[in-house]
Design a protein around this ligand. Structure first.
Ligand SMILES: [Zn+2]
Length: 102
């Protein structure tokens, strides 16, 4: 026994950490800590890249596709609901995104 996690465990842990980091980003954004929220997203993306884990689609829509900043209503994003779609504009870079509302 070398005491190392099996790759499958590492992937499971990586996925859990990504979810936790997005949760922390959400809380930081709630307290208007924009910079902290962006750092949590960056950490989550790095974990995803290192372990080759895709960020779940429900979390991917929480950050800008272009500049990767955390998107939060009235803080870093302009979010409108229209005909079952969420229309999101990143306040930082102006990128427009559209998602079907869940
Ligand atoms: Zn952006």
């Amino acid at each position: 026994m070398r005491g190392r996690n099996k790759p499958i465990d590492q992937i499971k842990i990586a996925k859990e950490r990504i979810v936790i980091l997005f949760d922390q980003a959400e809380k930081a954004a709630e307290s208007k800590k924009k910079g902290s929220a962006d750092r949590y997203v960056e950490m989550a993306r790095k974990i995803g890249m290192r372990y080759n884990v895709r960020i779940p689609s429900n979390l991917r829509r929480k950050f800008c596709r272009k500049c990767k900043r955390f998107l939060y209503k009235n803080l870093s994003a302009d979010i409108k609901e229209e005909k079952g779609f969420l229309k999101i504009t990143c306040i930082n870079c102006g990128k427009k995104m559209q998602y079907r509302k869940e």
